[in-house]
Design a protein around this ligand. Structure first.
Ligand SMILES: Nc1ncnc2c1ncn2[C@@H]1O[C@H](COP(=O)(O)OP(=O)(O)OP(=O)(O)O)[C@@H](O)[C@H]1O
Length: 458
């Protein structure tokens, strides 16, 4: 395995501790054997790590004993753990593969800590890489993910390394033969139940028949694509600072005019970076379709529109503004009864003070105050979010006006419209759209007591 030597030379620091994930199958057994063969030359400390996921009762326990025994023969430590994944699956709604992976990776971290290891070596090979890249393309992955698995990536307090990505399965099986290794074979690898196995059993034989070294072509694609991608990502990061207006934990706002001036490849990556920032873990249902539909929305002439992304993220375009937010729906729709006197804080971050005034000497005018005769009040007063078809009888005007048109005239951004407060009386009349318009129901000049409302930014 010539490439293994090259990989180690390039990526491993002499004197390091390497944890090798060993399932007992041909790939990881080959990997472990290769590491043992260079152990002295590189002054490495090698540790075997095995997880028995307990899917196949005695058979999987036998695999664990096999790995332990192999390590014992070569005089290296072996950490093995039995984890009852079937029981875990009964309690949690998660796929068996995802559950196994999550537990296995947690165990790797524990072992790395115990031995103060710098590297975790895994036995993924070139054929695995072809499957990964094709699967991701087919499901619509974006960006770096399309490069498949990385040969070296940061993990816990060190790195995951995959020294066999340039080797094919066939080479690995030959290596096992040549070196008298007798790996265990997991029967589930053959079933077409899993997507990966379907690619392995159907697409791979065709590609191999076209080019037996196709795994090298895919690995070359993966590495060069990743380099291009990282370069473009750096460019995007630089430009992004000019486009972003606000960046908070669950919200990001950007200027669409400046965004649309960026070259399309940077626009795409800019969206991807915002999503990476907002999502703790990118949902598996998020795909290139989401990015393309947002690009579409932003480049259309229509000034507003919104898109719903997975896990409650909403993207709202409004004039020159584009807001990505998780907070959008939390307080919608709302209806807050107004007791008098009181101060209420509203979902849009503003507040309304409300009290009773004896006939005042001076009453403020303007759209952020509203007054009403106590005598003619139709209780209860409510502050609520807008409803479809809302109309208001405007002061000094005949007929009614749609609240929606008031928002449009005042150029209120789309995402603010749904949380904008509206004052309604007990008869269902809209009295006031605070800060924007008053209805003909206002009585600023009556003789008795007034209910006085003041809208204010906090
Ligand atoms: N049960 C396990 N315990 C420890 N490490 C594992 C286990 N299963 C997989 N790994 C590690 O993850 C790598 C990839 O796992 P995967 O199941 O995709 O491989 P595989 O094709 O079945 O490999 P192998 O021939 O080594 O079983 C393995 O080569 C091995 O390094």
């Amino acid at each position: 395995m010539h490439n293994f030597q090259l990989f180690i030379k390039k990526n491993i620091i002499k004197g390091s501790t390497v944890v090798v994930g060993v399932s007992g199958g041909p790939d990881s057994l080959t990997l472990l054997h290769l590491f043992l063969s260079i152990k002295e030359e590189y002054s490495l400390k090698i540790v075997g790590a095995h997880v028995d996921h307990m899917f196949r009762a005695e058979q999987s326990e036998e695999e664990m004993l096999f790995v332990k025994d192999f390590c014992y023969q070569y005089n290296i430590p072996c950490e093995a753990k039995q984890i009852d994944i079937p029981a875990y699956l009964n309690r949690n709604k998660i796929s068996s593969q995802a559950a196994s992976r999550e537990h296995r990776y947690n165990f790797y971290k524990e072992v790395m800590d115990t031995y103060n290891a710098n590297y975790l070596a895994l036995g993924h090979h070139g054929d695995d890489q072809i499957e990964t890249i094709l699967m991701r393309m087919v499901r619509g992955s974006t960006g770096e993910a399309m490069a498949g698995m990385k040969a070296v990536r940061k993990f816990h307090n060190g790195y995951i390394i995959r020294p066999l990505l340039t080797a094919s399965k066939e080479e690995i099986l030959q290596y096992c033969d040549l070196n008298g290794l007798e790996p265990r074979f997991d029967p589930s690898n053959e079933e077409n139940k899993y997507t990966r196995n379907r690619f392995r059993n159907t697409v791979l034989p065709f590609l191999k028949s076209e080019n037996p070294l196709v795994h090298e072509r895919f690995q070359y694609f993966s590495e060069t694509f990743l380099e291009d991608e990282l370069y473009l990502k750096e460019l995007t990061k630089e430009k992004m600072n000019t486009v972003l207006k606000r960046k908070e934990k669950s919200e990001v706002e950007m200027d669409t005019k400046l965004f649309l001036n960026l070259p399309l490849p940077l626009q795409r990556r800019c969206i991807q970076l915002i999503l990476n920032y907002l999502y703790e873990t990118i949902p598996s249902s998020l795909s290139s379709i989401h990015i393309e539909s947002l690009l579409n929305l932003l480049s259309r002439d229509h000034p507003s529109g919104s898109l719903d992304y997975p896990n409650g993220l909403r993207v709202i375009k409004s004039y020159d503004n584009c807001l990505f937010t998780f907070d959008y729906d939390k307080s919608l729709p709302y209806e807050i009864p107004l007791s008098i006197p009181s101060t209420i804080v509203l979902p849009n971050g503003s507040a309304i003070d409300c009290g009773i005034l004896k006939k005042p000497h001076f009453l403020k005018r303007g759209n952020d105050v509203f007054s009403l005769s106590v005598e003619r009040l139709k209780e209860p007063l409510t502050i609520r979010s807008r409803k479809q078809g809302d109309k208001i009888k405007l002061k000094g005007m005949n007929g009614t006006k749609k609240v929606k048109d008031i928002f449009i005239d005042e150029k209120i951004p789309l995402h603010n419209r749904d949380i904008w407060p509206i004052l309604e009386d007990g008869d269902g009349n809209i009295l006031w759209v605070p800060g924007l318009k008053k209805s003909a129901f206002e009585e600023a000049d009556c003789n008795g007591d007034y209910i006085f409302l003041q809208y204010k930014e906090l």
